[in-house]
Design a binder for this molecule. Structure first.
Ligand code: SF4
Length: 498
């Protein structure tokens, strides 16, 4: 079996979750279908290189001969008699041990007493699979005859503030994993993996791991795979009243809200929800129309879309800071005419915050109600913009008293059975605009792998080197999403005014 592929961190991750998944992936590999070598997200790669400016960077090997080359290069660096300079490291170091395991180590550096092995995560915390990976890499380095002084994770430090100019020193913080590596019997695991790979197809071990992360690549053809979890709540479930109330009613022998007597319910909001479910139609308190009549025109239905980037690209911002990139506004004049207004960041790394604030102020002007859903979110973004741009601060601060939180108004006056106990904008959309799709979707023909949120589509659009067709498609999808969100707000306002 000398030509069998070596065992790497992906093999270990699959084997630890389900032996059948591991076995199927190994047999696919042996048929000569290795799949693309994983590459770090480009923005992480840039930050990593900037954090280790003197590092030797090895490209991900795509073939066995490239792997051999990369391994020789790694060993040449490590065998050199010359003292390793301050800040020396190899990014993507390749090693193979005599027990046929291989490690492509994200960051390999040197300390006074041996090598230091790090896995880089675009996250603020690691998981069990990260510990397994570092344990495997440490095992391989030790089997190659090197003393390993340190092993751990490099995680994103949320206290880091990006000073600009590509300076990412300090973005990553070290987490020492040495105290927990002893609990990983890597040599035994490798034996068991070898045994499994040479044996018959093992039984599947289905569980939540079938759908965790990107999910098992064999889920579609695996009969043992459980259906993906569906989180849709039963509209008549007691849980729509909240966990505490639901358990109190259960303790009294009720199984759903259909058996409750509204007069026995103290909370007006819960009573409204029960009445709506029992009558199979929305309940709206008459007082809301009177309230809505006092919202001065023009009405601005406003929605922000934001992103929290692990690797900040706009100076003065932190990792995962909530940063606005799109606003959408539907504006209604006193005579009932509606118009749509919109801003979306120009893209490709340029900082949109100033243009965001400037264009927003032009559309919101100095008069009329600003109607937002869960308006604390919009309020906070406006405060941050005012802190960043002194010259806009008075106008931005003047928006605050004009803001009406439709979420609070809805909570106190409205319930629709389709909301199933949720007060998210998606739930409101199910109630007031059931035909509106709240997902952000791209044409599958583009082949772009992306989630259904505005953030993920914006991140795809902003990916360094992104193709023009994908960028155009992302822009259109985001703008359409903004229009749909304000359409939901318009419908909700219409319900409140009627
Ligand atoms: S779908 Fe689940 S049970 Fe089936 S091979 Fe994948 S991980 Fe194993």
């Amino acid at each position: 079996m000398l030509t069998a592929p070596l065992f790497n961190a992906d093999d270990l991750r699959r084997w630890r979750s389900c032996e059948r998944r591991f076995w199927l992936a190994r047999h696919r590999l042996q048929r000569g279908d290795p799949g693309p070598a994983p590459a770090p997200p480009p923005e992480l790669d840039v930050a990593l290189r900037a954090s280790f400016p003197h590092a030797d960077t090895l490209a991900a090997p795509q073939t066995p001969s490239q792997w051999l080359q990369a391994m020789r290069h790694t060993l040449d660096c490590l065998d050199s008699d010359a003292p390793l300079p301050e800040g020396w490291a190899i990014l993507g170091a390749c090693l193979t041990s005599e027990d046929r395991a291989q490690a492509r180590i994200d960051v390999l550096s040197a300390g006074p007493h041996g090598l230091r092995v790090f896995k880089v995560r675009q996250a603020t915390a690691g998981d069990e699979s990260d510990i397994d990976t570092v344990a495997l890499w440490t095992h391989v380095a030790a089997r190659c005859g090197f003393a390993v002084q340190g092993a751990g994770l490099l995680l994103v430090d949320t206290d880091f503030i990006y000073p600009g100019h590509g300076c990412y020193a300090g973005l990553f913080r070290e987490v020492d994993l040495r105290p927990v590596l002893g609990s990983r019997p890597v040599a035994q695991w490798l034996d068991a993996m070898r045994h499994c790979a040479h044996g018959a197809e093992p039984a599947a071990t289905p569980g939540p791991h079938c759908h965790q992360g990107e999910g098992c690549e064999f889920a579609a053809s695996c009969k043992a795979c459980p259906p993906p979890p569906v989180h849709r709540q039963d509209p008549a479930s007691l849980d729509i009243l909240g966990r505490e109330a639901a358990s109190a009613w259960r303790a009294l022998g009720h199984r759903d809200v259909l058996s409750l007597r509204p007069d026995d319910i103290e909370s007006p909001r819960q009573r409204r929800a029960v009445r709506a479910v029992q009558q199979g139609a929305p309940v709206i308190e008459p007082a809301v129309a009177e309230l809505a009549r006092h919202w001065p025109h023009p009405h601005h239905c406003l929605r922000f879309d934001t992103i929290g980037m692990a690797v900040p690209v706009w100076s003065g911002t932190r990792p995962y800071q909530t940063l606005p990139f799109q606003w959408s506004c539907a504006r209604e004049e006193a005579d009932g005419r509606w118009s749509d207004h919109h801003f979306l960041a120009a893209g490709q790394g340029s900082d949109p915050r100033r243009a965001f604030a400037e264009t927003l102020l032009q559309v919101l002007g100095t008069q009329g109600a600003v109607l937002a859903y869960n308006a604390g979110f919009e309020r906070n973004r406006l405060r941050e913009l005012a802190q960043w741009f002194d010259d806009f601060a008075p106008a931005l601060d003047a928006l605050q008293p004009r803001i009406v939180d439709l979420f609070q108004v809805a909570r106190e006056h409205y319930y629709h059975p389709a909301m199933a106990g949720s007060w998210s904008l998606r739930a409101i959309a199910r109630a007031v605009a059931p035909g509106v799709n709240m997902d952000v979707t791209l044409d599958p023909a583009l082949g772009a792998k992306v989630g259904r949120t505005a953030q993920s589509v914006y991140a795809l659009m902003e990916k360094p080197g992104q193709t023009l067709p994908v960028r155009h498609a992302c822009r259109e999808a985001l703008q359409a999403h903004g229009r749909r969100e304000t359409e939901v707000l318009r419908e909700l306002v219409g319900v409140m005014e009627s």
